[in-house]
Design a protein around this ligand. Structure first.
Ligand code: DGL
Length: 276
């Protein structure tokens, strides 16, 4: 990985925006479906974590940072790889950007179609759980199934820790698992919606330490399909191999921790600090 100016001729690309490593769960799905698409990462680490911040402070911040990062990398599509941001700022982002904006929507609809017990757990940041957007989504698409809201801010930090190489223990997950399974109706949950892009990064541990087998559902694959649809719509053809990705962070990255977490997407150019 190198720190350098980004200039060369530009291949078709998407910028994935998030407060942290949640962008990785989305990027992996996009890579699986579109292996030749160049991906850039816009990480607002200077304002992490998003999930506990107020709507009034978050909305302008997200619009400002995503706009600056899009101008910097000149991507063809913005992917808001963050439920907390998508449930809050998609209309405003679409207003300021001329490029298509793809947002992550909690997978309530597919969960409602698949549940056998008519009981779904929705695991997300406090922000996402409390949003009007999410309430309306449940009203519209839960199809009368019971939805148990599970705010799980600690999973955001645990996903970041895992990507730094730390082990996620059963003890660390116990409080969240209790909020899913040992709550009114929790004994009937058969599907948990992972409505924060950090959470699919912990799917293996959640599955291993859960008291019984359930399905953990996220929106990554649907996002990847939407990106493919936009590429066709824009008539953009990707090559066989992605070209150099750009990792933009809004604040310095001490010890290269964020860069290390994204190393699977090498070759990466790194640009730290708020983009002008
Ligand atoms: N990855 C983000 C999401 O999907 C949230 C993480 C945070 O709280 O910063 O909601």
């Amino acid at each position: 990985m190198t720190e350098a100016a980004y200039s060369n001729s530009l291949p078709p690309s998407a910028l994935i925006f998030d407060s942290g490593v949640g962008a990785i769960s989305i990027a992996r799905e996009i890579r699986r479906l579109l292996p030749g698409l160049t991906l850039h990462f816009g990480i607002d680490n200077g304002f992490y974590p998003y999930g506990i911040k107020s709507e009034d402070e978050l909305r302008p911040r997200i619009v400002d940072q995503a706009y600056r990062m899009m101008s910097r990398c000149r991507a063809d599509i913005l992917v808001v790889g963050c439920n907390t941001a998508s449930t809050l700022a998609l209309p405003q982002l679409r207003e300021v950007l001329t490029e298509p904006v793809v947002g992550v929507v909690p997978a309530i609809k597919p969960a409602a179609a698949a549940t056998q017990t008519r009981t779904i757990a929705l695991i997300a940041t406090q922000g996402t759980v409390n949003r009007n957007y999410t309430r309306e989504l449940i009203e519209q698409f839960a199809n009368g199934n019971r939805v148990i809201n599970v705010p799980a801010p600690e999973l955001v930090h645990l996903a970041e820790a895992k990507l730094r190489g730390e082990t996620v223990t059963a003890e660390a997950l116990t409080p969240v698992l209790a909020r899913i399974f040992h709550t009114a109706g929790g004994d009937k949950v058969d599907i948990a919606v992972l409505a924060c892009t950090h959470f699919p990064l912990l799917r293996e541990e959640l599955d291993r330490f859960a008291p019984r087998r359930i399905q953990w559902l996220d929106s990554g694959e649907a996002i990847a399909r939407r990106v493919r649809w936009w590429l066709e719509e824009l008539n953009l053809k990707t090559g066989a191999q992605p070209e150099q990705s750009l990792l933009l962070t809004s604040a310095p990255d001490p010890g290269g921790r964020i860069a290390g977490a994204f190393s699977e997407f090498a070759p990466l150019l790194i640009s730290s600090g708020s983009p002008a």
